[in-house]
Design a protein around this ligand. Structure first.
Ligand SMILES: Nc1ncnc2c1ncn2[C@@H]1O[C@H](COP(=O)(O)OP(=O)(O)OP(=O)(O)O)[C@@H](O)[C@H]1O
Ligand SMILES: [Mg+2]
Length: 229
């Protein structure tokens, strides 16, 4: 899977009515199987960028080309299906379903992708994030760091070709941080998954060969008024 961003503009309409320019990216590329970390400060647009790449957010203009296909111009239903089947996402806020156990949350990641449910693989993923003993706990009965680890396990459940990880170790102690980053990196390496991780932690970023600083290629001032949806 390759990723190419071209001429991306994204501004938010503020509650007061004016515009907040967040993304102005002329060009960004991620090769198949490449692993990159994007460093950026809080409020710098990292989550907005990942949501734009996954198609959760539609940019005001520009193209997000995944494997030669522009996902911005896809009909919403096609884009949603594409995301569910091809992209793994570790959400900054986890987005686990509260009524379901850790195991069920991971299984749902498979179901949404249209894959056959594979209990053994779901359990294996949870074991690999160190939660083999918490399979049947609901999110409210897990610590925050444990919830984050379930979110990491779920992001890999659909065997994605592109993994987008939003601060995936923000709530995790150093030992488990290393375990999670190792799992993410090795899974991506073994299955040629392209990885884009965003973080403000230099400590987490240092484990990766390619480190980009968002402010160096993001120029929100390129956003022009009038083009906001
Ligand atoms: N839905 C929205 N409507 C208006 N403004 C928004 C919206 N979502 C985000 N913003 C603003 O856009 C900016 C970028 O937000 P974003 O969540 O992308 O930052 P971030 O780099 O992920 O920050 P953090 O490291 O704190 O997670 C912030 O200043 C935020 O206030
Ligand atoms: Mg964020």
């Amino acid at each position: 899977m390759s990723l190419l961003l071209q001429h991306i503009r994204k501004a938010y309409r503020q509650p007061e009515g004016d515009l907040l320019p967040v993304l102005g990216i002329e060009h960004f590329e991620l090769a198949r199987g490449e692993q990159a970390v994007l460093l950026g400060s809080s409020g710098g647009g990292k989550t907005t960028l990942l949501n734009t790449i996954s198609g959760i957010l539609v940019p005001d203009s520009g193209r997000v080309i995944v494997d030669g296909r522009d996902i911005v111009s896809m009909p919403e239903v096609v884009r949603d299906r594409y995301r569910a089947s091809r992209i793994g996402i570790v959400f900054q806020t986890f987005n686990l379903l509260p009524a379901f156990t850790a195991l069920e949350n991971v299984l749902l990641g498979m179901t949404f992708s249209g894959r056959a449910v594979d209990h053994d693989f779901a359990k294996e993923l949870l074991q690999r994030v160190g939660l083999g003993h918490r399979l049947h706990h609901r999110p409210s009965r897990l610590s925050v760091g444990e919830q984050q680890r379930v979110a990491v396990a779920r992001s890999l459940a659909n065997r994605p070709v592109l993994l987008l990880a939003d601060e995936p170790t923000a709530n995790i102690d150093p030992a488990n941080q290393d375990l999670i980053l190792k799992l993410i990196r090795e899974t991506c390496r073994d299955h040629k998954v392209s990885l884009l991780m965003v973080t403000h932690s230099m400590d987490a970023a240092q484990q990766f060969d390619r480190i980009e600083r968002l402010h160096e290629f993001n120029q929100p001032e390129l956003c022009q008024t009038g083009a906001v949806r």
